[in-house]
Design a protein around this ligand. Structure first.
Ligand SMILES: Cc1ncc(COP(=O)(O)O)c(C=O)c1O
Length: 392
């Protein structure tokens, strides 16, 4: 049996009858940038996210960058995030001229640990200036206190937002949610992305809500933030050719918005199917020696963008599953503080032990709504064979 890591073709068959006429209509009306598809999607996604405003942009990376800019984060500022995320989170921080700094994750949820955020900010605001890190290049010129925090709702499970918001508020830090993996996830019954100053989403094709190209959005309760991002995404103009500031070409295009509207109607069902698949995996994998299944926080309803297990011989298991026709992924094998891109920041191995330990052992299993029961059973059987030494 073959079990792909992700199969977007099967989902296309379900919506083809709506997508193709929509694309044709866009061509016939020459409606490509902006227009009713984009404003329609923005209204629908804002409602879905229980947010007053939604601004469609060109990617999740743009969403993060524009949200930071709109929040007034810029050169010399520090932004606190986690090393256990996709590099887009820190790229956005660096691209506004700020500096990413890290706190470690919680060992069960793999999300930002609010206690470590508190410890880090206490040290920074008390003037020791070194946070929880060894002296290094990054510590030599620390002009300002941290300005913002970006928790990442990793794998589709919201971070502990109440604690993070509380810790951040005491220090006057804004909180921008990286909800790029968490469309529709709930924290204490509230939608991921709706809790901080802004929530940032990616519509990269493989996401729970994925376009047929690039796309992203920022949701916010604040009109001024939404207005600012609307300008930033469109060359700094609120009125054509009147530029109040220099912005970007960062718009969501109309065909992608049309695709997203078609998919958004089905997102709750698809997320439910992912949760059912996760539950079945949990059931089948929980008795297998040496396998740690994903932890579900009592405060969170995950949308299982990814289903990630931990095993000691990760590379061995990945190779075995590959031989058995099962696709897997690594999200993410190298923590950001140990990436070459940040070598000049002076981080060392051992600084963020939870992230490092998780990165060595994590393995993402096939996960998408249309995954069949027998496919999950086959994956679980193969994992059991490998873990119990019954490989043949
Ligand atoms: C956690 C996280 N942040 C940011 C991004 C960036 O999104 P995009 O690829 O749409 O720029 C992604 C997705 O790739 C992501 O998973």
């Amino acid at each position: 049996m073959n079990v792909p890591f992700l199969d977007l073709k099967v989902q296309f068959r379900e919506i083809e009858h709506e997508v193709l006429p929509m694309v044709k209509e866009a061509m016939e009306n020459a409606a490509f940038i902006g227009g009713p598809q984009v404003s329609g999607f923005e209204a629908e996604f804002a409602a879905f996210c229980e947010s007053k405003h939604c601004v469609g942009v060109n990617s999740g990376t743009d969403a993060l960058r524009f949200a930071l800019l709109a929040a007034g984060v810029g050169p010399g500022d520090e932004v606190v995030t986690v090393p256990h995320t996709f590099i887009a989170t820190t790229e956005a921080i660096s691209q506004v001229g700020a500096r990413p700094v890290f706190v470690d994750i919680d060992s069960r949820t793999y999300n930002m640990d609010p206690n470590k955020l508190e410890d880090f900010l206490t040290q920074r605001f008390n003037g020791s200036g070194t946070g929880n890190q060894e002296p290094g290049t990054r510590n030599q010129a620390r002009p300002k206190a941290p300005k913002a925090v970006i928790p990442v709702h990793i794998y589709g499970q919201p971070a502990d937002m109440e604690s993070i918001l509380e810790v951040a508020a005491r220090r006057n830090l804004v909180v921008i949610e990286d909800a790029c993996q968490a469309h529709g996830a709930l924290y204490k019954g509230r939608k991921a992305g709706s809790l901080g100053l802004a929530g940032c989403f990616s519509f990269y094709p493989g996401k729970n809500l994925g376009a047929y190209g690039e796309g992203g959005a920022v949701v916010t309760q604040r009109e001024d933030i939404a207005d600012k991002i609307r300008m930033i995404r469109d060359h700094g103009q609120a009125k054509k050719y009147y530029h109040d500031l220099e912005g970007y070409n960062g718009r969501l295009d109309a065909i992608q918005a049309g695709v997203l509207r078609i998919k958004l109607k089905r997102l709750e069902d698809w997320n439910r199917a992912r949760r059912q698949n996760a539950k079945y995996y949990d059931q089948l994998l929980s008795g297998i020696p040496g396998v740690t299944i994903p932890f579900q926080s009592e405060h969170a309803t995950s949308v299982y963008h990814l289903y990630v297990i931990l095993v000691d011989d990760r590379d061995g298991l990945q190779k075995y599953l590959n031989e058995k026709g099962i696709g897997t992924g690594l999200h993410y094998p190298v923590p950001l503080h140990l990436q070459k891109a940040y070598a000049n920041q002076g981080y060392k191995e051992g600084e963020f032990p939870v992230t490092e330990s998780v990165a060595k052992r994590l393995l993402s299993l096939p996960m998408f709504p249309e995954l069949r029961k027998e496919q999950i059973e086959y994956v679980a059987d193969c994992i059991k064979e490998f873990q119990t030494g019954l490989t043949g």
